[in-house]
Design a protein around this ligand. Structure first.
Ligand code: SF4
Length: 888
């Protein structure tokens, strides 16, 4: 048997190692890599399902120019000449590059070198701007460098883990499992600070549902409690930091008393005191934070308010102590290391004259960008104004994910040159008017390195051949650069690029810059192929550094850290009579970004298969909405229509919607079309969690589903969501048309149906069509006044079957198995397909904890991603029992 190939998961910033065994037919078995220090063999449900995402469906396999198949040489010439034309007419400032945390470090490095050193534009930004730019800005203000001081191992060594703005149970599941280990093994306490109660709350000891945007108020009060509690590290403060007094004075202004802190944050004084007492008394504290902190107009201040508390107590870079920014994307950190952000240069250098000169001479760059470029939102606004004329998008979908997504899509359509390097043939961004589409390699085909949230560089290794004419992203750039006559792009393989990147990091470094890969700057190809995960900095002649800053050596001019005086938080836009709700956007457990990969995995699709809006039950009541009703969500920038679900983990007035659904996978559900474009003044990160919106119930006269072997496009004005199922696709939909009118439109989409059965009743509003071919189900269309969930489940089950017997065929139109079927509720455990009703039955049958549920119905016994939800079901049922007991 061939040995498994060790590579890394392409989803979140945990950066789990995976061991892949290809089957030789284009598929592979994927397991957790037991030797990888990020996960030691664990994988969450997304990682576990990676093997299901490897198919070539929808792949872009050849270069396309203006929608026509082209050759690489023609496409490269078109891009090179287009860039030269824009440069000649408008100069380098008219060229922009929008990159992605999905790219490998080597891809990112070449893109930055090409853009900043040879095109001469600083307008190179990445979708990581939407993810963790505030953490970068906060790190640089405090440490003088973008350095994460600690390691994942510290989670298992901590006595207190504070999560801020982080639904780690869903977004960083393997790390959350490591936190749970600390809880079980050493009695660590987990405090979850989040306006919204989430799956993470179920695995925490204290939930602080503070008012949105008030994190820095809470940490300002904490700073004072650390002083009054006598736990400041005076020696560390005096010897290794500056700014404490100023930061403390600002903290006193923002949170002068416990009562004011309680008033501003909306928390009880008791809960605040419990939290501050824990922080004072538990010496080993790790504070983890992610998008709830970063995606805010006060994102950088929030980060610094947290860092202030760690610096003031000297709890940084020590075992079990430190701040730990959890990055969203698999290589957000690698992008930061090569200058993927518009305000940084390669190897963590800035735009100071010495750094610019060093990079210029190292690259032998003919046209070096000498100042910071525009950050993502501002860059697209410059496209909107017609100032940027040429844009190259790599591996990301800005037509879906940028705030004011409709306006951004329209802006891209006016570009003189619009190039997209992409894995898929069709995305919302390519449909925005891409002139050139260049086929890129996907996970499994790419080769290079990525860096996870703890500064650990791991190899991503290819185990599949590149399909069609797909090439790695670095090669796209190198081909165009060479065509433009630039030297320095003759790379034969990723190892060449990695060596160059490592050499630049070590150039004139001598410990003056945090990022240094000097020890691997001369690594040979064989050693690169076998390279094991390591943490940077790894300086020549030294060991890789697991933790930084305990010694008080920072990367500011005086080598001291800065405590930063933060400002009073203020919302970018307030709710109003016209827009009385606040829209918070985020993720769900089993999907990733715009679902281009997770959307292919059958088991992931069913956890949450439909775009939705969560609303507090009392708000829903006031609006006259019931669970499952539809609601229009509107802001000045756009509107979506989503199915409503009740979530009392939300605060009144706040609503939540995931951003995963695109025009390719849904209708009326592209949520970022609604989101406003305010950004943090320091980091440029958009405020993706606080858009004022109006909600308006939409009376849907018809609802239903289409289950089909082939993809059938629905009109975009019908609210719908599409999911992959075994044998084809399922689409759920709703419309303001009557059932017979909607049926009339949709049945025409089914095309020729030589063998079919149908029924239609205008009075009851029930319309059903079953199309068959060669003894198997081809399509089922059910339209009614309500959606028949039991029929949907059963027909999804029947779709992949061949040779249906007469009894089964007779039952298809009824949409019921012979037993009649039952609505088992939402899917909780994706690995074993266990639904909520089955779990409830297990609990009512005596399964008192997560282990017992697992022993009874297997839920939670594979990847563990659903374990927080299992706890939540136990708590919910216990609450129902108590309510019944009280009523009785
Ligand atoms: Fe992948 Fe899950 Fe690990 Fe994140 S936690 S890297 S999604 S397996």
């Amino acid at each position: 048997m061939t040995e498994a190939i060790h590579t890394t998961c392409p989803y979140c910033g945990v950066g789990c190692g995976v061991a892949v065994s290809p089957d030789g037919l284009g598929g592979a078995t994927v397991k957790g890599d037991e030797t990888h220090p990020a996960n030691f063999g664990r994988l969450c449900v997304k990682g576990s399902a990676l093997g299901e995402t490897l198919g070539l469906d929808g792949r872009l396999l050849h270069p396309m120019v203006h929608g026509q198949r082209s050759t690489w040489s023609r496409a490269v010439r078109y891009v090179a000449e287009g860039l030269q034309d824009v440069l000649a007419k408008h100069g380098p400032g008219a060229v922009g590059f929008y990159l992605s945390g999905q790219m490998l470090t080597e891809d990112y490095y070449v893109a930055n070198k090409f853009a900043k050193g040879f095109i001469g534009t600083g307008h190179v930004d990445t979708n990581s701007r939407l993810c963790m730019a505030s953490s970068v800005a906060g790190h640089r203000r405090a440490f003088g460098s973008d350095t994460v001081p600690n390691s994942y191992e510290d989670l298992e060594e901590a006595d207190l883990i504070v999560l801020v703005g982080s639904n780690a149970a869903w977004c960083h599941p393997v790390l959350f499992q490591r936190m749970q280990l600390a809880r079980e093994r050493r009695g660590a306490i987990i405090v979850n600070i989040d306006p919204r109660e989430t799956a993470t709350s179920a695995g925490s000891d204290l939930q602080l549902s503070l008012r949105s945007g008030t994190d820095s108020v809470l940490f300002s009060w904490l700073l004072q409690c650390l002083q009054s509690g006598g736990v400041l590290d005076d020696v560390y403060l005096n010897d290794h930091t500056t700014g404490f007094e100023v930061a403390l004075a600002a903290a006193r202004r923002i949170a002068p008393t416990l009562a004011v802190t309680a008033d501003k944050t909306g928390l009880s004084a008791t809960d605040i005191s419990r939290f501050t007492e824990l922080f004072v008394t538990r010496k080993r504290v790790v504070t983890c934070y992610s998008q709830g902190v970063n995606q805010s107009v006060q994102g950088t201040d929030k980060v610094n308010a947290i860092l202030n508390c760690h610096l003031a107590t000297g709890r940084i870079g020590k075992i079990g102590c430190g701040p730990l920014s959890l990055t969203g994307q698999p290589n957000a950190m690698g992008g930061r290391e090569v200058g993927g952000l518009a305000n940084m240069l390669a190897a963590h250098m800035g735009y100071g004259a010495a750094d610019v000169e060093r990079v210029r001479s190292f690259w032998d760059a003919p046209r070096m960008a000498e100042g910071e470029g525009l950050k993502a939102v501002q860059m697209f606004e410059a496209i909107e104004r017609g100032e940027i004329k040429a844009l190259w998008v790599m591996h990301t979908n800005p037509a879906v994910t940028l705030p004011r997504a409709n306006a951004m899509r329209a802006a891209m359509a006016q570009l003189d040159l619009f190039v997209v390097s992409e894995v898929l043939e069709v995305t919302d961004t390519s449909l925005a008017g891409a002139h050139v589409m260049l086929p890129a390699t996907a996970w499994g085909e790419k080769d290079g390195t990525v860096t996870n949230s703890e500064r650990r560089i791991s190899r991503q290794r290819s185990f599949l051949p590149a399909p069609g004419e797909a090439k790695p992203d670095w090669e796209h750039m190198a081909l165009v650069a060479r065509h433009m006559g630039f030297s320095g792009f003759d790379y034969a393989a990723p190892a060449d690029i990695f060596r160059e990147h490592a050499q630049l990091s070590a150039l004139d470094n001598d410990g003056t810059r945090d990022f240094d890969l000097g020890a691997v700057a001369s690594i040979d190809d064989t050693a690169f192929a076998a390279m094991q995960p390591f943490q940077w900095p790894w300086r020549q002649g030294e060991e890789p550094q697991q933790r930084l800053f305990a010694d008080g050596h920072f990367y500011t001019p005086d080598k001291k850290a800065r405590l930063v005086a933060v400002d009073e938080p203020e919302a970018a836009a307030k709710r109003s009579r016209r827009y009385p709700f606040t829209l918070n956007t985020g993720r769900v457990r089993d999907h990733w970004h715009t679902m281009t990969r997770t959307g292919k995995a059958i088991r992931l699709a069913r956890h949450i298969g439909e775009a939705f809006l969560s609303v507090h039950s009392e708000d829903a009541l006031e609006l006259g909405l019931r669970e499952g009703n539809y609601v229009r969500v509107e802001s000045p920038h756009g509107a979506v229509t989503l199915r409503m679900q009740i979530d009392n983990g939300l605060q009144r007035g706040s609503v939540f919607a995931p951003f995963h659904w695109t025009n390719a996978t849904s209708g009326l559900a592209r949520v970022d079309a609604v989101v406003h474009a305010f950004t943090d003044a320091v980091s440029g990160q958009p405020d993706l969690k606080a858009t004022p919106v109006a909600l308006e119930p939409v009376v849907m006269l018809s609802q239903g589903f289409l289950v089909s072997r082939k993809r059938i496009a629905l009109p975009p004005w019908i609210a719908h969501s599409r999911m992959t199922v075994s044998g084809g696709e399922a689409v759920v939909f709703a419309s303001t048309l009557t059932p017979d009118a909607l049926h009339g439109i949709l049945v025409n989409l089914l095309g020729e149906m030589p063998e079919h059965a149908s029924l239609g009743d205008v009075e009851s509003g029930d319309f059903r069509v079953i199309a068959l071919a060669a003894g198997r189900l081809e399509a089922a269309l059910f339209v009614g006044r309500e959606r028949d969930e039991i029929a949907l489940d059963w027909l999804i089950e029947m779709l992949p079957g061949e040779n249906l017997d007469p009894a089964q065929r007779n039952l298809l139109l009824a949409g019921r198995p012979p037993s009649g079927g039952a609505d088992l509720g939402p899917l909780v455990c994706s690995c074993f397909g266990v639904r909520r009703a089955v779990i409830e039955a297990a609990i009512l049958g005596g399964a008192a904890d997560v282990e017992a549920i697992g022993a009874t119905v297997k839920a939670g016994t594979n990847c563990g991603s659903c374990r927080p939800e299992l706890k939540r079901v136990i708590v919910d049922l216990a609450g129902a029992d108590r309510t019944e007991a009280r009523a009785g």
